[in-house]
Design a protein around this ligand. Structure first.
Ligand SMILES: [Zn+2]
Length: 342
């Protein structure tokens, strides 16, 4: 049995929880989710049944569901927290409200949702423009002009080769004005004119949905206005994206429903820099969430220990992998690999 399989097996054995507890040593996994779909369809994101099973299993195993801001404040004060997990959801898609919220509410599980505020105000998420453009074009072959050469896409029923998601990844690497031009070029090349507002499959929550969720204890934080890769923007745009999204949330929600934590779009180490950390500091944010895997731990809330570089785990594909994260087996593995991310 491989080490990975052995650890996965061990993580599913409740009596071994205590043995693994030392590996976590007070560290808290922050889980990251984006989209949800009902059991009855095959939409993007996490299936409702798997979310329910995950929450049920975690509760059964004595894992506490903690709120983001309060827990980071405890860690900042040097306090350790019990075996626990924190849930975050990025972007603000409608399916959080329609699919996930009732399930989180059923388990009394706090969630912080990070809103792309321009999206909530009716704009498309830019990657959905690409996905939808390829979904509706009547062409079978498309050539996209790209700054360093053309990319040819061919319909290979039912999908496209190379897959449009590859194009989205390439667009992320472009400087902001070049990316915006390239996005428009994709639609022109595909001979598609998108509606001003996204159709239901790509819709955000409305502010009314958000206020309703807030009344049930969900908190909301800033995730920029247009979801650019901040390191590809200039100083003025970086500042505006962060501050304007925060201000819009303050305009629309009562203070108790607002998180003081910011969440970086895409969130990898190359997607933001000290410049963004400084903007967050000056604007009074208490933390910045990334997508680098790792545990938030004692000291995570202090500037010296990466207050604006707090790691998170993507919600895994299986309950066994989830238990590895929440029991601390993942911390043990990171330690073994010399990559303990605190
Ligand atoms: Zn996002």
């Amino acid at each position: 049995m491989s080490l990975r399989k052995l650890l996965a097996h061990a993580a599913t054995r409740a009596p071994l929880d205590r043995l693994w507890g030392w590996a976590r040593r007070g560290a808290v996994p922050i889980l990251m989710l984006h989209r949800f779909h009902p059991d009855s369809d095959t939409g993007p994101g996490l299936r409702a049944g798997l979310l329910r099973e995950a929450l049920h299993t975690l509760r059964h195993r004595g894992v506490s569901f903690l709120a983001l801001d309060e827990t980071l404040a405890l860690l900042q004060r040097g306090q350790r927290v019990p075996k626990s997990v924190i849930f975050t959801v990025d972007d603000g898609y409608k399916d959080f409200f329609s699919v996930a919220l009732p399930i989180f509410a059923e388990f009394g599980c706090p969630v912080t949702v990070f809103l792309t505020t321009g999206f909530v105000d009716g704009a498309w998420q830019w990657w959905d423009r690409v996905t939808h453009t390829f979904a509706v074009t009547g062409l079978d072959q498309v050539t996209i002009p790209f700054p360093d050469g053309h990319i040819a896409f061919r319909r290979d029923p039912p999908s496209w080769a190379p897959h449009p998601s590859m194009l989205v990844e390439q667009l992320k690497s472009l400087a902001e004005p070049v990316r915006l031009r390239a996005l428009a070029d994709v639609e022109t090349a595909c001979q598609v004119q998108l509606p001003k507002h996204p159709p239901p499959a790509y819709q955000s929550m409305s502010w009314e949905d958000i206020r309703h969720a807030a009344s049930q204890g969900i908190t909301f934080g800033a995730h920029t206005v247009t979801h650019p890769i901040l390191s590809r923007t200039d100083q003025v745009q970086a500042q505006q994206e962060i501050i304007n999204s925060r201000d819009r949330i303050h305009e629309m929600l009562p203070p108790p429903a607002i998180s003081r934590v910011f969440c970086y779009p895409n969130g990898l180490p190359t997607d933001f820099s000290q410049r963004e950390e400084q903007i967050l500091f000056e604007a009074g944010f208490s933390g910045g969430l990334t997508t680098t895997p790792g545990y938030a731990s004692v000291g995570s809330g202090s500037k010296a220990r990466g207050q604006y570089r707090i790691p998170r785990f993507a919600f895994p594909d299986s309950i066994a992998d989830l238990l590895q994260i929440t029991t601390g087996v993942e911390a043990l593995k990171m330690g073994l690999r010399g990559k303990r991310n605190r």
